[in-house]
Design a protein around this ligand. Structure first.
Ligand code: ZN
Length: 201
């Protein structure tokens, strides 16, 4: 075990930062030090931004997105095409698709993928609410923009079955998303191409 080099408050800051994706203990120390050095223009504004997020972030009751307004900004946006729902596993995938600016639709965030070995069955995902939304008259197509992983694809097949009664066209991303590929890691061009050339399930 390494020796402590700072008081418990700073150790706690480092430990929490180290839990963030992409940050190990070493870079967490660097980040903590940068925050402490830049107390007024970084640490305090960050603390305030985090507190605001804690107070105001809510899960959209319609689509499962996270936002500070409910329903979320995207669900409230009347300029989006009401005939298309784009289904994603996680909010990060929604952000990736919005960055690519290729769909002008609303989304549905499943909250993960089916994974029987981890005990994640259909009841743990936002599938029932998707089926309800897909039954609305204005919805014509549901695009399953799920990761090109085994779990993502088996989830896509399950969801397609559940949507059978909704009278909508169900599509998936075209090949071009590499097998094992997670949307969040794809560049905008690849995502745009995969959406434009989408295929029927
Ligand atoms: Zn929403």
């Amino acid at each position: 075990m390494s020796k402590k080099i700072a008081g418990p408050e700073i150790e706690r800051l480092v430990q929490l930062l180290a839990r963030l994706p992409g940050l190990g203990p070493r870079s967490a120390r660097k980040a903590a030090l940068a925050l402490i050095k830049r107390r007024h223009d970084l640490l305090i504004p960050l603390a305030e931004a985090i507190q605001t997020a804690v107070d105001r972030i809510v899960e959209c009751p319609t689509c499962g997105n996270v936002d500070t307004v409910s329903p979320c900004t995207i669900c409230q946006d009347g300029r989006r095409d009401p005939s298309l729902i784009v289904v994603v596993e996680e909010v990060g995938d929604l952000w990736a698709l919005e960055r690519a600016q290729v769909v002008n639709a609303r989304y549905h965030v499943l909250g993960g993928h089916l994974s029987p070995l981890d005990g994640i069955g259909p009841d743990k995902l936002n599938i029932g609410s998707l089926v309800t939304r897909a039954h609305a008259d204005e919805v014509k197509e549901v695009l399953l923009a799920l990761n090109a992983t085994v779990e993502g694809q088996s989830t896509a097949h399950y969801v397609t079955g559940e949507l059978a009664s909704a009278g909508v066209i169900v599509t998936r991303l075209a090949q071009g998303v590499p097998m094992g590929g997670e949307l969040d890691y794809l560049d905008e061009g690849t995502l745009a191409a995969a959406i434009k050339a989408r295929k029927h399930m």
